[in-house]
Each structure stands twice: as structure tokens, then as C-alpha cells.
Design a protein around this ligand. Structure first.
Ligand SMILES: NC(=O)c1ccc[n+]([C@@H]2O[C@H](COP(=O)([O-])OP(=O)(O)OC[C@H]3O[C@@H](n4cnc5c(N)ncnc54)[C@H](OP(=O)(O)O)[C@@H]3O)[C@@H](O)[C@H]2O)c1
Length: 319
């Protein structure tokens, strides 16, 4: 079969022949239909993500640990955790029976593979219990997941949406998809702190944070009341770390501001996960929630892997 093959950690996957996977006991072959390539796949391949350890013992290896494909009976499924060295970026892969779930009818595989990013935005509801009319701040709204979060915030009934990014043209696009106010974070610290304050209106109720690092540190610091006052609660949901894995959190940022910080998995159980998924599927099917994808054939993986011009569109590889 043809596959994207990574020969060394830090290398670029190459389109080449690879032995077909042979299923062992309790395993099933998947005919791969679509695979979203996210930063995490690139970080693993580059050796900068903790999961890279697992890869090193299996080189040459096929990257990507989830995707959309067909079972031998033709059922379209979302699958995860292929047995290494097999990954998702190939014509076929092999997973343990049960490491997949059916994709609802009427959802294209290239969209289905991006839906997971939209589901993270549902943490505004499951973790932060966003109520209709509340003000939302999306940190990292020019990215794929952040753009989806702006759309999902609107669908969840947010009253006002403030969105951040680093590029004015892309921030204009984010306005077009539903943000009321945008903030460019690529400004000096003090100017950014002031921009957060100027845009907050009555205060941010929910922050969907795909950034962490410098912008979120400045935000949390800016939310400290300047005078003695009861801070309005701001529920910060930590979802991604595009701007940094850590930040310095001043004690006063929590003590006096009313800020609450949650992980995106707060509030998740089988029932809330199922409900979040169903709502995303319903909005996707109805066309209320749209996805910006850039489809490329597997044979172009080497060039596609190195693209830097995607600007908020998800790279989706079609074997
Ligand atoms: N928990 C989950 O299941 C899940 C799912 C999807 C994503 N995520 C996480 O969410 C984050 C975003 O993912 P994505 O796929 O949307 O990535 P993406 O498309 O690359 O978007 C990244 C966003 O972060 C901004 N950004 C990047 N580096 C920055 C920096 N140094 N300072 C300030 N802003 C910066 C980008 O701004 P520009 O537009 O200016 O580049 C963009 O808005 C990642 O950490 C990802 O792992 C988590």
C-alpha cells in the first residue's frame, strides 16, 4: 500500500510503499478515507511532543493517530490508536476492535475528521456552562479550533464574542464569521492588557483559551481589579497551548479577580460527551456549523506537511 512514512524523528513524512497491515487477534483493518493533520502530529514527528517517545522505537513509522475510514463491511467510522508502526496517514491501517465509532450519515469524511476540533469548543458549555447572552472571549480565534469556537459560541447563544489573533487580515475574517470585537495580541504587553480591558464591556463571562502562554498571562493579570471590588466571575476554559505550555500566575490574579480556571474536560461524562457530540453533528448536518478544510491527496504529503499558508484551514489528507 501507499503511506506517508517517517524515517527519523525530526524528518518529513515521505509518500512511499509500505507493507500492508496484517490484523492480529482482536484487530481490524481500516480503509482510510480522511485524516486531519494537526500541530500535535507535527510536534510528535518533530520529537517535541511527549508522545514522540512511542514513535522512536517503531521507525520507520506512519504518523497520525486518528482519522476517518471504512471497516471491512463498509461502515464509515472515526478510528483511533492504530498499532504502530501503522498510523492513519496511509491507504490502510490497523486498530483494535472497538477503537472506532460510527460516523453519522450525511457527514463527509473530510468534515468528520475536523469535527473533534469543534467538539473542544463545546467545553464552553460542558466545563464553563455558558449561558445565552453571556460574553465570550476566544483566545487564538484565527486558528482552526479558535475559528470553530467563535462559531460554536454563537450557536450556543453567546451575547458578545471577543476574539484574538496576531494578524489583522485574519482577524477581519474572524469578524466575518461572528466575532463582535477583535484584539491583535502582537502588540506590547501594556497595550495588550489595555485592549483586553477596553473590549471586555461588563466583563468576560467565559474565556475559551487555545493559547495559554504570554497572551493568557497578560489577560489574567489585566483582570485583577484596580480597586477593592467584588470581581465578576470569569470562567476560563483551558483547551490549547499555541502560545506556550506555561505561564506565571500571580496570586492576586485568582485572589481578587473572580477568575476560575478549568480544564476542557471538566464536566465531561458519557452523557455530556454524547450530548455535545450530537449538537455538533446536528449543526454540521444543517450547515449552521461550517468547516474550513484544505484537502490534499496522500501523494502530496511531503509538500503539504511543510505548508505554512493554511491560515485557519485544517489540512485534511485523502489517501
Ligand atoms: N484539546 C483538544 O482536543 C484540541 C483540539 C484541537 C486543538 N487543540 C489545541 O488548541 C490549540 C490550537 O489548535 P489549532 O489546531 O486551532 O491551531 P492553529 O490552527 O495553528 O491555530 C493556532 C492559534 O494560536 C495562535 N498562536 C500561535 N502561536 C502563537 C503565539 N506564540 N502567540 C500568540 N498566538 C499564537 C495562532 O495565531 P495566528 O493565526 O496568528 O498564527 C492561532 O490563532 C493547540 O494547542 C491545539 O493542540 C486542542
Amino acid at each position: 500500500m501507499k503511506a506517508a512514512v517517517l524515517h527519523e524523528v525530526g524528518g518529513i513524512p515521505r509518500y512511499e510503499d509500505f507493507p500492508d497491515p496484517v490484523p492480529g487477534d482482536g484487530e481490524v483493518i481500516i480503509d482510510v478515507k480522511a485524516v486531519a493533520v494537526e500541530n500535535v502530529e507535527k510536534a510528535i514527528a518533530a520529537g517535541t511532543h511527549y508522545a514522540a517517545e512511542k514513535y522512536i522505537g517503531h521507525l520507520p513509522v506512519i504518523p497520525a493517530f486518528d482519522g476517518i475510514g471504512a471497516l471491512p463491511d463498509g461502515t464509515l467510522v472515526g478510528f483511533g490508536n492504530p498499532r504502530l508502526p501503522y498510523g492513519a496517514l496511509a491507504e490502510k491501517t490497523v486498530v483494535a476492535e472497538g477503537s472506532y465509532m460510527p460516523i453519522p450519515d450525511g457527514i463527509d469524511p473530510s468534515v468528520a475528521t475536523v469535527m473533534a476540533s469543534a467538539i473542544t469548543a463545546m467545553s464552553m458549555s460542558t466545563a464553563a456552562v455558558l449561558a445565552p447572552g453571556e460574553t465570550v472571549l476566544v483566545q487564538g480565534a484565527t486558528g482552526v479550533a479558535g475559528r470553530l469556537a467563535v462559531k460554536v459560541a454563537r450557536l450556543l447563544g453567546a451575547g458578545r464574542i471577543v476574539a484574538t489573533g496576531r494578524d489583522d487580515d485574519r482577524l477581519r475574517e474572524v469578524r466575518d464569521i461572528g466575532a463582535d470585537t477583535v484584539i491583535n495580541t502582537a502588540v506590547p504587553d501594556e497595550a495588550l492588557a489595555q485592549a483586553y480591558l477596553d473590549a471586555r464591556g461588563d466583563g468576560y463571562d467565559v474565556v475559551a483559551d487555545y493559547l495559554w502562554g504570554r497572551p493568557t498571562q497578560i489577560l489574567l493579570s489585566a483582570l485583577k481589579p484596580r480597586t477593592f471590588a467584588f470581581g465578576k466571575p470569569t470562567r476560563v476554559v483551558q483547551i490549547g497551548e499555541s502560545a506556550g505550555a506555561g505561564l506565571a500566575l500571580a496570586a492576586a490574579s485568582l485572589r481578587t479577580s473572580g477568575v476560575e480556571i478549568y480544564g476542557a474536560s471538566k464536566g465531561l461524562d458519557p452523557q455530556t460527551m454524547d450530548e455535545a457530540y450530537r449538537r455538533i453533528v446536528a449543526w454540521t448536518r444543517s450547515g449552521e456549523l461550517t468547516y474550513d478544510v484544505e484537502k490534499v491527496p496522500l501523494r502530496d504529503i511531503e509538500a503539504a506537511w511543510q505548508r505554512t499558508d493554511l491560515k485557519g484551514r485544517r489540512l485534511v489528507v485523502i489517501p
